[in-house]
Design a binder for this molecule. Structure first.
Ligand SMILES: [Zn+2]
Length: 496
């Protein structure tokens, strides 16, 4: 394979503009491209097939396809991704420069700093905007306000060959996990993500070293990850509130939250302490305050419950330290709280802890806000997956743990639903011979409840998916929105 001279020049000019290089580095960059793509040289006779405004990423994708077609790269997803990250690393400044530029921009404003880093992360295709655009997104109106549905179609599927290679591959403990800082610049393998073009910004939170990076497959605007510089397990304690509010002080235009630190009610990675942040207003942010109350020992804190399917206590104050104290108090009270009447138990008979919280921090109307979502991870004979987890009859839509993003009212639903919902719609329109598997009961109910036609079927199914997600959140809520549940919630609040 030969690389077109004109495209190489276009790429080199972007490496000089955005990366660490200067004009004198042109031949050096050209030879890096030849090495990475397994090419044999330069073609200076034919005309480029991409136009002059092609981005470095567009040129890269074009070369990778050519390299695959000419057997210079194996046609397996992870090999393509390794090559892509290595090429786009050439248009990315090295980590120290990124940190210096970030801090320089921060002196202008926190927004200027995150804008700089986000633009860089999109330009070098670390954040995969084109893949994210494949997701299906819409809102559904409920009694809690609008909730958001996302059917996640952004992550490319691994092909059979890669799955087979992964089975054979020896496991490696470097980097220790997908969130470890050792991923910065890591080449990747069949088991580990390609991270040559990955960059991290270093932060101090609560006098400890933390790292900040964007999420390649974002679920919301400027979806970012704040991670501990050491590989230590998820832990929600007073230090968590200190760290979250310290981040909010430094980036008041972002929210930040943490997944819970115990199984069933947390996120997918419990082994590495991390938070998620971004520039986004979630449905829960807009949930109406229902009951305002005072916590005796912290009279300056405004506390309230929310009109929300999960059980949330919102604390607001202009005084950061008092807010941290009050949040810690609420969390500690919850972690010890048992109410047998509504099946809430802080500990198992064997002394295993069942309670924790999902905390979210933001700065709004000149004060700090902390939303503390109460969680309980018990299982029972009736609910082996979790008493406060999506129950069997809604698992055909969502059976995974209800983590931070869902808690806030944004459903991240599996990609399989795109095809399955299409089948359900055909079934509803009369193709009753179709096998719609796990969705059968739901479809029968829709047929009973609606007069379905081709003009309203999309709207009905979209809304019904939203109502299922609402039920998913209600299942995960510890105090139900029933008289009995709300009386139990009041008992907890009165105990504060
Ligand atoms: Zn780790």
């Amino acid at each position: 394979m030969l690389l077109n001279q004109q495209l190489v020049q276009q790429f080199v000019s972007q490496a000089v503009m955005y990366g660490d290089y200067e004009v004198e580095d042109a031949i050096y960059i050209q030879n890096q491209l030849i090495r990475i793509l397994n090419a044999s040289g330069i073609d200076n006779t034919s005309i480029a097939t991409l136009n002059e405004s092609a981005t470095a990423n567009e040129i890269t994708q074009y070369w990778i396809q050519n390299a695959v077609d000419q057997n210079c790269i194996e046609d397996v997803l992870y090999q393509r991704e390794i090559v892509e990250a290595q090429i786009l690393d050439l248009i990315t400044p090295r980590p120290s420069v990124v940190n210096r530029e970030f801090n320089k921009a921060y002196k202008v404003s926190p927004e200027a700093a995150t804008d700089y880093f986000y633009t860089l992360s999109k330009r070098n295709h670390y954040v995969k905007e084109d893949a994210i655009a494949h997701n299906i997104n819409y809102d559904v109106e409920t009694e809690y306000g609008d909730i958001e549905i996302t059917i996640n179609l952004s992550k490319p599927e691994k092909d059979a060959q890669q799955i087979a290679q992964a089975k054979e591959a020896p496991s490696s403990d470097y980097p220790q996990c997908a969130l470890c800082v050792e991923n910065e610049g890591y080449v990747g393998s069949v088991l580990q993500a390609a991270r040559s073009n990955h960059r991290i910004v270093h932060l101090m939170l609560g006098n400890q070293r933390w790292a900040f990076q964007y999420s390649p497959y974002a679920y919301f605007n400027e979806h970012s990850i704040v991670l501990s510089e050491s590989h230590v397990p998820m832990k929600i304690n007073q230090q968590t509130f200190v760290n979250l509010l310290d981040f909010i002080d430094q980036f008041p235009h972002y929210f930040i939250g943490s997944n819970a630190d115990i199984p069933v009610v947390g996120g997918s990675i419990l082994s590495h302490n991390h938070y998620q942040s971004g520039k986004y207003v979630f449905p829960m942010d807009n949930a109406a305050e229902v009951e305002n109350f005072k916590i005796v020992e912290y009279p300056s804190i405004q506390a309230s419950t929310l009109n929300w399917p999960m059980s949330v206590i919102r604390l607001k104050s202009t005084k950061k330290n008092e807010l941290i104290e009050a949040a810690t108090y609420v969390m500690n009270q919850w972690n010890q709280y048992t109410d047998e009447a509504v099946a809430i138990r802080a500990y198992s008979n064997k002394g295993e802890r069942h309670h924790t919280v999902t905390p979210i921090a933001r700065y709004r109307h000149q004060q700090y806000e902390l939303d503390i979502v109460l969680r309980d991870n018990q299982t029972s004979e009736q609910y082996p997956d979790g008493i406060f987890h999506p129950h069997k009859d809604v698992q055909h839509i969502k059976k995974e743990n209800i983590g931070l993003i869902e808690v806030m009212g944004t459903a991240i639903l599996p990609g399989r639903l795109k095809q399955e919902l299409r089948q359900v719609k055909r079934y509803l329109l009369g193709e009753s011979q179709l096998d719609i598997g796990v969705h059968q009961q739901w479809a029968e109910k829709m047929l009973q409840n609606y007069d379905i036609s081709s003009s309203n079927v999309d709207q009905i199914v979209d809304n019904e998916v939203g109502y299922k997600f609402k039920r998913v959140l209600e299942d995960a809520g510890v105090f139900k929105n029933t008289d009995q549940g709300q009386q139990a919630f009041s008992r907890f609040i009165n105990s504060l």
